[in-house]
Design a protein around this ligand. Structure first.
Ligand SMILES: [Zn+2]
Length: 194
């Protein structure tokens, strides 16, 4: 296997390796200590053109991203804004290592009994995690450019968001201020019965 990228995307405390097709090659430790939805979601996002672009960017600019799974998180994911020192370093010292964190909740997606996802919406927990990876890594991408919150109203953020959501086959998932707190887009977009 040819490993082309080992980025400081710390999953279960270990850097994540990607092969030449940008498929993550998880370690045994990562497989034993992360949920399958989180791992499939990462693979789906990394397989998109926008996902690859961000991975290459994070690798080339020495961004270290710690990924934490938390089933108490009230939403599918969150990317806390880093301190001002990190935002300043992103623009003043681009080659300096910058540390970020994302929180994912792979247990958050639950389809109530008798309901089904609408077209273009996450159909299972792995889809929800692909959306969470795409959404939260996009926030990190903006932080890594020294851009503090808010991001959602920016045209460039929305353009990037719609492009990656469409690449994931979930182009109707919004990413805006209504979802800033919980990113709870899923339940609102689920229909009743068939
Ligand atoms: Zn957001």
């Amino acid at each position: 296997m040819l490993i082309v990228a080992i980025i400081p995307l710390l999953l279960a405390g270990e850097a994540t390796r990607f092969d030449s097709a940008f498929t993550p090659q998880f370690t045994r430790h990562q497989i034993e200590n992360t949920s399958v939805a989180t791992r499939i979601g990462l693979a789906k996002w990394a397989a998109t053109r926008h996902g690859r672009k961000l991975i290459e960017y994070f690798q080339s600019t020495d961004c270290e991203i710690t990924v934490v799974e938390d089933d108490a998180e009230r939403g599918i994911g969150r990317a806390p804004e880093p301190g001002i020192a990190t935002l300043v370093a992103a623009t003043m010292h681009p080659s300096q290592r910058k540390r970020f964190e994302i929180i994912l909740n792979p247990a958050y997606y639950q389809l109530p009994k008798g309901m089904f996802p609408l077209a273009g919406q996450p159909g299972n927990p792995a889809d929800a995690m692909a959306i969470a990876w795409a959404g939260e890594m996009l926030h990190i991408y903006f932080y890594a450019h020294g851009i503090s919150l808010p991001h959602h109203a920016r045209a460039d953020f929305q353009n990037e968001w719609h492009a990656v959501a469409a690449e994931l086959g979930m182009g109707t998932v919004p990413h805006d201020d209504e979802d800033e707190y919980a990113h709870s887009v899923i339940v609102r977009y689920v229909g009743y019965g068939r």
